[in-house]
Design a protein around this ligand. Structure first.
Ligand SMILES: Cc1cc2nc3c(=O)[nH]c(=O)nc-3n(C[C@H](O)[C@H](O)[C@H](O)COP(=O)(O)OP(=O)(O)OC[C@H]3O[C@@H](n4cnc5c(N)ncnc54)[C@H](O)[C@@H]3O)c2cc1C
Length: 372
């Protein structure tokens, strides 16, 4: 893991590229792609506008089995076997079919980077501004590679056909504060007093608690309700971090480029869980790239196979988007309170939450010998 800070000013010297794979974006999706290329002997370069692990992009809660499967347990902070869900009239304690854990973002990036087997020179801080073919334009010069991956999040920077402009794009939005303190419960609020369509959360993570609001409707502001929820919980509104969250699946390939994670709309609608899917599709993308590097597939075949793999998940994403719309409309009604109580039943929770959790499972991502 490179330990220097993001290069600034005069340190941002011109970059030259001499690589097989250029991964743009060094967060969950980009690092999963690079990890899948470990030991391939390929010349891989990862670039990000910030140093690895410098800017946390989420509340960092993930099914614990993913941390185990990727050998990232050292980053784990707290583990929860239940989710406590509040509505104005009632609260329910949902037994989770698999535990969730919060983790330390920087530590997780360090661990993932170590697993890529790439040296310090394989990572550079550079801001990507666009591309011409597979030549990527950055503030430090142009970089060309045989295979190019956009893992730069919701903006889909390397797309020529999809302008993602909030609030008119299919995006949710999220904001959270990181308050010093401790907590024991992983909690959600489905409550119109905080957000008209969406939810609030409180995720304890060691010596801080991550409290935030996600709105399914991009035009609804999330700052005031985040501050309000934090105040109601007696937490200080410190350390803001927020972002737009794509809630609609997008094409995973375009004009010779592989898109992974939020850039491909891989974040799950309704829950805005996008870390495990970034891992899942990142590993899938990496395996297709590997097939090209090892001469088992052409670039076109890899693009086709990866695009088809991602597209095959469209139904699951569509169902969750439908649920997001319905639950958004029903927020504040008795139906939501009834749902919260129903999911306290271990059989109901096991069936419904178990089905949800089975999507993008680590066994499916790591177990398959060949993705094509
Ligand atoms: C407040 C909030 C809380 C969330 N909590 C959770 C959660 O608890 N669990 C969960 O599963 N999901 C959560 N999500 C969703 C999750 O954060 C995303 O789905 C996930 O981060 C997607 O990973 P990614 O690697 O595709 O993109 P990102 O994590 O967004 O990473 C993109 C990377 O690209 C870099 N980049 C962007 N633009 C450029 C550029 N022009 N040039 C160079 N580099 C660039 C960025 O610096 C960044 O490192 C949350 C989202 C928000 C907003």
């Amino acid at each position: 893991m490179p330990s220097r800070a993001t290069k600034r000013g005069g340190d941002r010297t011109d970059l030259t590229s001499d690589c097989d794979v250029l991964v743009c974006g060094g967060s969950f999706a980009g690092l999963a792609v690079a990890r899948a290329l470990a030991g391939s002997g390929a010349r891989v370069m990862v670039i990000d506008r910030y140093e690895l692990g410098e800017r946390q992009t989420s509340a960092c809660a993930i099914p614990t089995n993913w941390l185990g499967a990727l050998r990232l347990g050292a980053a784990r902070l707290q583990t929860f076997g239940e989710l406590v869900v509040h509505t104005p009239g009632t609260s329910g304690r949902w037994p989770l079919p698999q535990t969730f854990s919060t983790f330390d973002y920087r530590r997780l990036c360090e661990e993932l980077w170590a697993q890529t087997g790439l040296g310090d020179g394989a990572f550079e801080t550079a801001t990507v501004t666009g591309r011409t073919g597979t030549t990527v334009h950055t503030d430090r010069g142009d970089l060309s590679a045989r295979l190019v991956v956009d893992a730069m999040g919701w903006r889909r920077v390397l797309s020529h056909t999809m302008g993602v402009q909030p609030p008119r794009a299919p995006l949710s939005r999220g904001l959270e504060v990181h308050s010093a303190g401790r907590g024991a419960e992983m909690e959600l609020w489905i409550d119109r007093r905080y957000v008209r369509a969406g939810y609030g959360w409180s995720f304890p993570a060691g010596d801080e608690v991550r409290v935030g609001i996600g709105s399914f409707w991009p035009e609804h502001g999330v700052k005031a309700p985040t501050v309000r929820l934090a105040a109601d919980l007696g937490r200080a509104p410190d350390g803001y971090q927020g972002n737009w969250i794509p809630h609609k699946l997008r094409a995973a390939t375009e004009d010779g480029v592989f898109f992974v994670g939020d850039s491909a709309g891989h974040c799950l609608p309704l829950t805005a869980e996008g870390i495990r899917t970034a891992f899942y599709f990142g590993l899938a993308c990496g395996r297709e790239l590997r097939a090209v590097l090892e001469g088992r597939a052409s670039t076109e075949q890899a693009l086709h196979a990866y695009g088809a793999f991602s597209g095959a998940q469209a139904r699951k994403f569509g169902v969750l988007l439908g649920l997001q719309r319905v639950i958004g409309q029903l927020t504040g009604t008795r139906a939501i309170a009834a749902m919260v109580r129903a999911l306290e039943n271990p059989h109901v929770a096991g069936r419904l939450l178990g089905r949800y959790m089975s999507a993008a499972a680590p066994t499916a991502a790591l177990g398959a010998p060949n993705w094509s």
